[in-house]
Write a protein that binds this ligand. Structure first.
Ligand code: NAD
Length: 496
């Protein structure tokens, strides 16, 4: 079996430094279509010299302007045109994203690209509401605090939802007056490369630049560059440590949106049909490759067997296959190496005394693509590696619990702390459990509802800092305090 390519991508993909392509200079890297395993394009890796070109372009656009000093309505106008550009190219961008990620095309068109467009509208509206502060406490003086752009932002994105996640960074960095250099994942550069190309017609030269390549080569050169003033990173926890160390060396602020191993807690007091829908979405949407996946499903013991049976029945009916087909619910994983890593956790679960409930295998009947069957396991306790490590695939781990205290103790027994899901219609249970969750976000009776004004980010090793309206404003601006006498009092006269 073989699947059609969603679009013919460009033969070679390069970055952008100001008004020209970056110099490359690094290795040529293959880009594969995950649904077939075929090589479909070549990424030209940017070495340190090429990264330097991109940072210089961003630096000049910041230092010479006019971007940082544009009026709010002018910047809003540019952001609105970015949004419209995405909406005008939804199909093309979604197909390019599909070609590199294997994500389901319908989801990319209807959710990821709409969200990407909305990110620009959200921050355009946000800056229209922003205000500074003024204090007059010291008699005869006025003190104001205003927020000014920081400078050149390095934006580093992962492969699991490239456009949707990177546009949150691009829109917020630019909205607050910064210029930016984006580095997408080397696995999934296609749609972001096209988007940055399209946005060159909308933004002044040098405001948004792009470098491509592997993390330790291109990414490291970018975060180490002395012309970079702040770093926004989304990716794995280990990479986050490396990036924070680099930012520390240069003393520039960074935010880290990292991994998760989130608990999805189902109480017997829940609307079970809704909890079941939520549990399936929490672990199988976006091909299971989500930082916020509800990957540990904790179910109250008296409903455990029934809930698991119903989950397995639904999981076995999930339509796995062609990302271009309308009915597909689960596409291939992003790479062959990632598929093998995910399936490697089956042996881990068995070695830790667990059992495979469903899946745990490749879907070789679908050809050479990186397909796996929706997978669920159960393990004796939460110390099992499948309950502790981020798997980042369509792989659920079930654990039973007795009562609130045990649910909370299992849920918090992890080095991660990104999100938690609670399913219960009993308000005291919801309140007492949600208040004791050690995670940055708690979703009650709903999966994955992201309010962009609210901060999003993790406790513990799930991150440092937050993304979202006010959190982005705090990160992408410096506060400047200005004090001026309104009725100048006489000064003390030293030496008079
Ligand atoms: P990754 O850490 O391997 O790579 C992320 C990005 O960092 C890529 O662009 C990569 O090239 C770059 N990179 C790698 N090493 C680097 C270095 N030394 N210096 C600079 N850049 C470097 O992560 P991934 O595999 O692409 O993405 C999956 C991970 O991202 C998962 O752990 C997932 O949980 C996490 N994630 C988190 C969120 C969130 O909001 N918290 C969202 C999506 C994904």
């Amino acid at each position: 079996m073989s699947f059609d390519l969603p679009i013919e991508p460009p033969a070679r993909v390069t970055g952008w430094a100001g008004d020209r392509a970056t110099g490359g200079g690094g290795t040529e890297l293959p880009v594969f279509y995950p649904a077939t395993g075929a090589r479909i394009s070549t990424l030209v890796e940017d070495d340190a010299c090429a990264v330097d070109q991109a940072v210089i372009a961003a630096r000049e656009a910041f230092d010479r302007g006019p971007w940082p000093s544009l009026s709010v309505p002018e910047r809003m106008d540019h952001l609105e045109r970015c949004r419209q550009t995405i909406l005008d190219h939804v199909d093309e961008l979604a197909r390019l994203e599909c070609a590199a990620t294997g994500l389901v095309l319908r989801e990319l068109r209807e959710r990821h690209m709409q969200r990407a467009a909305y990110n620009f509208r959200f921050f355009a509206e946000f800056i229209s509401q922003s205000a500074g502060q003024r204090w007059d406490q010291a008699p005869g003086f006025m003190t104001t605090v205003s927020r000014v752009p920081v400078g050149v932002a390095a934006l580093i994105a992962p492969w699991n939802a490239p456009v949707a996640l990177a546009t949150m960074k691009i829109a917020s960095a630019l909205a607050f007056g910064n210029t930016a250099v984006l580095k997408p994942s080397e696995q999934t550069p296609l749609a972001l490369a096209r988007l940055v190309e399209l946005l060159q017609d909308v933004l002044p030269e040098g405001v948004l630049n792009l470098v491509n390549g592997r993390g330790p080569v291109t990414g490291a050169a970018l975060v180490d560059h002395p012309g970079v003033d702040l770093v926004s990173f989304t990716g794995g926890t280990q990479t986050g440590r490396t990036i924070m160390a680099a930012a520390g060396r240069n003393l520039v602020p960074c935010t880290l949106e990292l991994g998760g191993k989130s608990a999805n807690i189902v109480f017997a007091s829940a609307d079970i049909d809704r909890a079941l829908d939520g549990a399936l979405l929490g672990i199988f949407s976006n091909n299971g490759q989500q930082c916020l996946a509800g990957s540990r499903i904790l179910v109250e013991r008296r409903i455990f067997d029934d809930f698991v049976d119903r989950f397995l029945d639904r999981a076995s009916r999930i339509r796995v296959g062609d990302p271009l087909a309308d009915g597909t619910e689960l596409g291939p994983l992003a790479s062959a190496a990632h598929r093998d890593r995910v399936l490697g956790f089956v042996d881990t679960a068995l070695a830790d005394g667990g059992a495979v409930l469903t899946g745990g295998t490749r879907r070789d009947d679908l050809g050479e693509g990186y397909f796996v069957a929706p997978t669920a396991v159960t393990v004796p306790d939460n110390s099992a590696r499948v309950a502790q490590d981020e798997i980042f695939g369509p792989f659920a781990t079930f654990l039973p619990f007795d009562g609130e205290d045990q649910a909370i103790s299992i849920a918090n027994d992890t080095r991660f702390g990104l999100v938690s899901y609670i399913w219960s219609d009993h308000l005291p249970t919801v309140m007492s459990v949600s208040e004791r969750m050690r995670s940055g976000v708690v979703w009650v009776n709903t999966p994955m509802m992201r309010e962009l004004r609210a901060p999003f980010g993790g406790f513990k090793t799930s991150g440092v800092g937050r993304e979202g309206g006010t959190a982005c404003e705090a990160f992408y601006t410096e506060e400047r305090t200005l004090t001026i006498p309104t009725h100048p009092p006489p000064l003390r006269k030293l030496g008079a």
